[in-house]
Design a protein around this ligand. Structure first.
Ligand SMILES: [Zn+2]
Length: 197
């Protein structure tokens, strides 16, 4: 484990490596700002900052949810190959177990944000999110299936290298989303077909 001061020194060296003068006014506080930004961008390494995923017994409100629950929203992450941003939208769905538990809806986005706050590849990110949400629902009466699709724009591809825009899609399906075409198609019907993110 290196100290914050050592990390700042390495940033100054990197600035010098790219041809900069790390002592000039505009850059003097940059290592400090980057370290503080890293604390936020990479909080996904710190288990103490993991969101508490609230779940409720299905039927607690007097109604048993057994239909598909869908949530979507944006995500921001950093690719582990180039340390460049990739970002886009996610679509999540699950089929609650009538005898199991249901997810607090706001927690899905928090789990996405937490898992995205690490150096990632999009393929692993979809797994990490689904696994954390599956774990939160417990193994006794697990959900009948979960699905996550992410569409991301990768700056390492768009702003350098091949410089081609394009959206990468990755999905992770479990349970009935994997085995039942009708369930899978219902999930896919919720997804914005424009291909934009
Ligand atoms: Zn990359």
């Amino acid at each position: 484990m290196i100290s914050e001061e050592q990390a700042k020194q390495h940033i100054r060296e990197l600035l010098e490596f790219i041809g900069e003068d790390p002592t000039r006014t505009g850059l003097q506080d940059t290592p400090d700002r980057m370290i503080r930004m890293f604390g936020e961008m990479f909080r996904g390494y710190d288990p103490a900052q993991a969101p508490k995923v609230t779940t409720f017994p299905n039927g607690q409100d007097g109604i048993i949810y057994d239909d598909m629950v869908v949530d979507c929203g944006p995500f921001y992450s950093v690719c582990e190959h180039h340390c460049r941003t990739f970002f886009g939208d996610y679509w999540f769905a699950y089929l609650p177990n009538p005898k199991g538990r249901i997810l607090g809806l706001s927690k899905i986005g928090r789990v996405v944000d937490y898992c995205a706050a690490r150096l990632q590849v999009q393929e692993r990110l979809v797994h990490d999110v689904v696994e954390m949400l599956t774990e939160a629902l417990g193994t006794e009466n697990p959900p009948l299936g979960m699905a996550l699709m992410m569409r991301g724009r990768h700056m390492c591809k768009e702003s350098r290298g091949v410089r081609k825009s394009g959206v990468m899609t990755s999905t992770y399906l479990t349970g009935s989303f994997r085995t039942n075409a009708q369930t899978r198609n219902e999930f896919l019907s919720y997804i914005d077909k424009s291909g934009n993110v």
